[in-house]
Design a protein around this ligand. Structure first.
Ligand SMILES: [Mg+2]
Ligand SMILES: [Zn+2]
Length: 192
């Protein structure tokens, strides 16, 4: 594996109740173990990308600059904890207007244009919704479903959990599994 694509809301920070959006930094409540898990991915040499649907921009609830500010503040927080994101990509559009709203592939294409060494086949997509898992499946990534807060899950998340190859309660547990697998497949380790 060479790259990990992470959904934002519900994977890195708490998902808001249905119909509400994270529109400012004060709404961004980091989930437990997230900076540590991201640092482990960084140290394992994996590229880390955040791919996020932010329809709140199309709805006029926040601006693209607000999303950028949340991302850069999150990046600063990560850097203070020894972790970083290699690239943030988000879709500001409403449904049916673009090629970048997950499950459509545009956010992956934006990352691949900036980082031509990545391939979908050597990437994992970690998300908490059906569009995340469909996005990863269509591109040929390994897909990992994170069980969110049951009170804030869409009904389609059941289907997402079944469609994904792997399923864990949190990012920390998903990263544990991926890095163990990565280590066992490494030729350097098997030669040792
Ligand atoms: Mg999500
Ligand atoms: Zn879009």
């Amino acid at each position: 594996m060479t790259a990990v694509f992470l959904d934002r809301d519900g994977v890195l920070n708490e998902k808001m109740p249905e119909g509400r959006y994270v529109t400012s930094w004060s709404d961004f409540n980091l989930l437990p173990g997230v900076p540590e898990s991201m640092a482990r991915l960084n140290h394992a040499g994996l590229q880390v990308f955040v791919v996020s649907n932010q329809r709140c921009v199309a709805l006029g609830l926040c601006t693209a600059a607000d999303v950028d500010f949340i991302q850069s503040t999150f990046q600063n927080l990560l850097q203070s904890r020894g972790a970083h994101v290699d690239g943030f990509y988000f879709c500001p559009h409403d449904e049916g207007q673009c090629n970048c709203r997950k499950p459509l592939p545009g956010l992956y294409e934006q990352a691949a244009a900036e980082f031509p060494e990545i391939t979908a086949e050597s990437s994992a997509m970690i998300g908490d919704s059906l569009p995340d898992i469909e996005f990863g499946r269509r591109l040929g990534m390994l897909t990992v479903f994170i069980d969110g807060d049951p009170g804030r899950q869409k009904s389609s998340s059941q289907a997402a959990g079944k469609l994904a190859e792997l399923r864990f309660p949190s990012l920390a547990e998903a990263v544990d599994h991926l890095l163990k697998n990565q280590a066992s497949k490494s030729p350097l380790i098997s030669q040792a």
